[in-house]
Design a protein around this ligand. Structure first.
Ligand code: FAD
Length: 503
């Protein structure tokens, strides 16, 4: 072990929800062999938030880095595969589109495919963008198989994520971390002890009087923000003016019908409702704004909409959408709900946890926590949160719904300049603002723009270089390539039976 006295040797994680155990697994797997001691404190009496079933494809890379076998994880967490999210009734009642984890068509002469679709539309050919997306068509047909390794094969043009029980995921990661030397401490933290000179956290005290000291602390205490908020006093950016939903009611029900490889988000009168099919049950929740509907009415709406017999009573959760002013302050990083919360419309909770952990490991500090590293971390996390926020907000403002006070409010909401700019650019030229940092790249934005009826006025003029008949032929051929490929894929339920449950 090669340490000098500036090196961090003891990290304390406060909280054992999904954030705590994802952090623990990543730290023990990545840094544990270098002599780092990791302790996780959790209180069974307090419990976890107990939700979070739908994920983004990024989680596969997180698990792969840890060396976790996919089929084993899927069995342990009762997972299904997820090719995207179906959005119902968002642009207007009766609409349905899928935001897929994958591309729409293939770039031609380095011009994104959708520009050719826009040009074809101007010529009167109105095939929907969906027909050119393998994951959309596969999801619609209930098909799944992993992407083909050959990048020239149409079956390589998508990614996938999981729909799983996040509580079981946390349990799995607990076993994983303990096997790699993590110390788990049961108990309630009642006090955080701050160094009067540096303002850093020296230790936390448990209810039984035990002090647990550390060089660095990760706050995974959930909405409570025990360290970052209560002890270090870091404020919170409230984004309710952009995303007004502030409550959710959840319930699980029996699974009925075929196993679907996608999550559904249906816009309702005062919010929206999720349906997430797992192997053994379906997770449901109504996310709503309490200014427009009562808790009882929301619960009744949810329970009336369950596809099968209820397995649980409705459970109510309150939240304030927003982000911690600084996710890293002094010698403490807030990961998970303590760092911020954005409603689960695009399944970004676990993704933001993964981002927080990955960035922390990349900017791993010494004991004195160089302000430059901290500021860089906060800059990246700010961008990550804001880009998710803008993407979620797009779903609420790209609508013509005027059937309820909630939708009248959302349709006419003020939006941040960052989103206005993106929407203006797309409306005028069909161009998507691209960026490196952030969960959602061009295909995601395209899915929501087109799915919610934002039609670009223009298209890339380079597409005019292609003669009309060649254009029609290219588009028809792409749609038929996608169609044929989907025909070769396996039924999602059968794939799970043969490759997950029997492997
Ligand atoms: P928690 O689960 O609340 O864990 C906090 C931990 O801190 C617990 O172990 C608790 O015991 C401990 N603790 C607190 N105080 C103390 C104390 N004093 N002493 C000791 N221990 C303490 N994300 C997704 O990716 N996909 C989804 O589909 C999704 N759906 C969601 C739906 C809703 C309605 C909500 C609210 C969130 C959803 N999320 C989703 C987000 C996801 O649930 C969270 O990001 C994730 O569960 C992480 O939570 P956490 O670990 O930060 O907090």
């Amino acid at each position: 072990m090669n340490t000098d006295n500036r090196d961090i040797q003891n990290i304390v994680i406060v909280g054992g929800g999904t954030a705590g155990w994802m952090t623990a697994a990543a730290l023990t797997a990545t840094l544990g062999k270098g002599g780092l001691n990791v302790t996780l404190i959790e209180s069974e009496a307090i419990g976890t938030v107990g939700v979070g079933e739908a994920t983004l494809p990024h989680i596969r890379f997180f698990n792969q880095k840890l060396g976790i076998d996919e089929a084993t994880l899927m069995r342990e967490t009762k997972a299904t595969y997820k090719l995207g999210i179906e959005f119902k009734d968002w642009g207007k009642i009766g609409d349905s589109y899928i935001h897929p984890f994958g591309d729409f068509g293939f770039d031609i002469n380095r011009v994104p495919f959708h520009h050719y679709v826009s040009r074809a539309a101007k010529l009167g050919q109105n095939t929907h963008l969906d027909s050119y997306s393998l994951p959309v068509m596969a999801a619609r047909h209930g098909k799944f198989q992993p992407p083909h390794p050959d990048p020239n094969n149409v079956l390589s043009t998508f990614g996938y994520a999981y729909q799983f029980d996040a509580g079981l995921y946390a349990q799995y990661l607990r076993k994983f971390s303990e096997a790699r030397g993590l110390t788990r401490q049961e108990g309630r933290v009642v006090q955080t002890n701050i160094n009067s000179e540096t303002g850093f956290i020296d230790s936390v005290t448990l209810e039984n009087g035990q002090d647990i000291a550390g060089d660095f602390f990760i706050d995974c205490s959930g909405f409570r923000g025990l360290l970052i908020k209560d002890a270090l006093g870091v404020g919170y950016r409230d984004w309710t003016n952009y995303l007004p939903c502030n409550r959710a009611v959840t319930a699980a029900c029996e699974h009925i019908g075929p196993s679907l490889p996608y999550t559904t988000a249906t816009a309702k009168a005062s919010g929206w409702q999720w349906r997430i099919p797992l192997q053994h049950r379906t997770g449901n929740g109504y996310v709503y704004c309490s200014d427009f509907i009562s808790d009882d009415e929301a619960a009744n709406t949810l329970m009336a909409d369950l596809e099968g017999p209820a397995r649980t009573d409705p459970k109510m959760l309150r939240f304030t959408t927003g982000q911690r002013d600084k996710c890293w302050e002094k010698n403490c990083v807030a990961v998970g709900l303590s760092g911020g919360f954005l409603e689960p419309l695009e399944s970004t909770g676990l993704y933001l946890i993964q981002e927080a952990i990955t960035n922390f490991i990349e900017l791993f500090p010494t004991k004195d926590c160089d302000a430059v590293d901290r500021d860089e971390y906060n800059r990246i996390m700010d961008i990550s949160f804001e880009r998710v926020r803008d993407f979620l907000l797009l779903h609420y403002v790209a609508t013509t719904r005027d059937d309820s006070p909630f939708w009248n409010h959302c349709r006419t909401m003020e939006i941040p300049d960052s989103l206005q700019y993106k929407m203006d650019l797309f409306r005028s030229s069909g161009r998507v603002v691209t960026y490196e940092i952030g969960a959602f790249k061009d295909p995601s934005w395209l899915a929501v723009y087109y799915g919610q009826n934002i039609v670009p006025q223009g298209y890339n003029p380079l597409t005019d270089l292609m003669p009309d008949t060649v254009l029609a032929g290219q588009l028809a051929q792409t749609a038929s390539t996608v169609d044929n490929a989907v025909g070769t894929m396996q039924n999602h339920g059968d794939y799970i039976k043969h490759h997950v449950l029997r492997s």
